[in-house]
Design a protein around this ligand. Structure first.
Ligand code: 4AD
Ligand code: MG
Length: 460
């Protein structure tokens, strides 16, 4: 029986049960041992009471923190204050011992930095158990939300020949010999001899292919890994992260904002309703304000302002920002957090950014200098969602691609959707780890993904 089910079922008192899991702690004396067992199904442990004289000494010695064991026994009411039920052990199997001198996860008090170095074992801690269960619940809720709302899950490619964001932050995919690649007459690499017959890279976003889906199925979403070769060593950036990208035909920017707000609130409510024990644990351990902050999102309508207004607010603030603001500069996390945490004191959606700082595909406004982009800003996180209404006009889109000197020939298929049955459409990208970061209240994005990928870091 999984421990979660066992703890729920008081009816099982007096019955024979068997549980399997990893020893968190062992207390007691020569005669009687109290073993706290966890199998990852819940933050809670079940206590096994083991009468040492009933088992061989050698076997009992192997029951130490970190060991994997199976306990058979009778489920009884516990006299202890900490738990209501426990197992009176009758059978004991040790699957794997864990030498106390070398097992790195002794009782408690390891720093998160240290745990990153032992990412192969950190899922066995209370903290990472909680984070990983919440991460799972959110992933499930994402699929449920879209399925319930008539969106189709579209699988966009991981290997692509285009740069969806036009920012050049891509990891190359190649089978060419790095030491001795085939060359063209001018000395440059001849990619026509590469595996795909052209230059390819890991995708930075599924959006462009997502748009192709939306212009046929009306509403789609992607949910997959994306890759950015940007050298950002921050608590909010990963080189490999998961992104959720809905794309909707017949949605304008306002509909896009409504969806983003409803979606985020749904996910946060889902976590509050389904991950209470884990959230309570994280609140107690790391962040007293956690649950209050999550509820706060549900209770407030997101403030919606233009970029121009945001810059005015920031200029008026009198704050001494590290990066000074003026119209035309990209907003930094410190600006975003000021708007959300101090100025408006609620989540903010900023729209209509200068076209020069946003991607080529965003719908151009009449003013000739802004585009219909939107960023959703959250407390502690800054940007959690980035999206836009898309430019659906063939000529305008082509002009913009040329202005930015993007490889037009690689985007022929994208442009062609604007020639045949084009439609107003919009979409956005939610960074999954930024969402998990917000919901768990953790401070570093590397602690909300099992095996983080960051500059100079691809262990495990
Ligand atoms: O703002 P971004 O770059 O937008 C896009 O990629 C669009 N194609 C999305 C769309 O409209 N379909 O990224 C979207 C979100 C950001 O708001 C952020 O939450 C997250 O992805 N993100 C990252 N998360 C972790 N590490 C990184 N390096 C990230 N870069 C972006
Ligand atoms: Mg962005």
């Amino acid at each position: 029986m999984r421990i979660k089910e066992l703890l729920k079922s008081n009816a099982a008192i007096g019955t024979k049960v068997e549980v399997k899991g990893w020893v968190r702690t062992k207390r007691g004396n020569k005669n009687i041992n109290f073993v706290a067992l966890n199998d990852g199904s819940t933050i809670h442990t079940i206590q096994a009471v083991i009468d040492a004289s009933a088992f061989p000494e050698d076997l009992m010695k192997q029951v130490t923190t970190g060991a994997c064991i199976a306990v058979k026994g009778i489920l009884v009411q516990s006299p202890g204050k900490e738990q209501s039920i426990e197992i009176q052990a009758e059978g004991l199997v040790v699957y794997g011992s864990a030498n106390p001198d070398t097992y790195p996860l002794q009782k408690k008090g390891h720093s998160l930095e240290f745990l990153r170095e032992i990412a192969h074992l950190r899922p066995r801690t209370n903290t990472f158990g909680a984070v990983l269960r919440i991460r799972h619940a959110l992933a499930f809720a994402i699929h449920k939300y879209f399925n319930d709302n008539g969106f189709f899950y579209l699988h966009t490619p991981i290997i692509t020949g285009s740069d969806a964001e036009g920012a050049g932050e891509m990891f190359r995919v190649t089978t060419l010999d790095a030491k001795n690649p085939p060359l063209l007459g001018d000395g440059s690499v001849n990619f026509s001899e590469d595996f795909f017959g052209k230059q390819t890279n890991l995708t930075v976003s599924g959006q462009l292919e997502g748009e192709l889906g939306a212009l046929a199925l009306s509403r789609i979403y992607t949910f997959g890994p994306t890759f950015r070769a940007e050298n950002s060593n921050t608590p909010r950036h990963l080189a490999e992260f998961w992104m959720i990208e809905p794309e909707m035909a017949f949605y304008e920017i306002k509909d896009n904002m409504d969806l983003a707000e409803d979606f985020l609130k749904y996910l946060i409510r889902y976590a509050l309703d389904n991950c209470r024990d884990d959230l309570e644990f994280l609140r107690k351990m790391y962040d007293e304000e956690l649950i209050a902050r999550l509820s706060f999102i549900l209770e407030n309508r997101f403030e919606r302002i233009t970029y121009t207004k945001a810059v005015e607010d920031l200029e008026k603030s009198g704050e001494n920002f590290e990066f000074p603001v003026k119209w035309g500069v990209d907003l930094q996390t410190e600006h975003e957090r000021y708007l959300v945490e101090k100025f408006y004191a609620k989540p903010v959606i900023v729209t209509d950014y200068p076209k020069a700082i946003k991607a080529f595909y965003m719908k151009q406004n009449e003013d000739g200098r802004t585009v219909r982009g939107m960023d959703v800003l959250f407390p502690k996180i800054g940007e959690i969602i980035g999206g836009s209404q898309r430019e659906e006009d063939y000529e305008k889109l082509k002009m913009r691609i040329r202005e930015l000197q993007l490889p037009e020939k690689d985007l022929w298929w994208y442009l062609e959707t604007r020639l045949f049955g084009t439609a107003p459409h919009s979409g956005f990208g939610l960074g999954f780890e930024r969402l998990v970061l917000f919901v768990t209240g953790m401070g570093n994005i590397r602690d909300v993904i099992p095996f983080p990928r960051a500059p100079k870091n691809a262990e495990f």
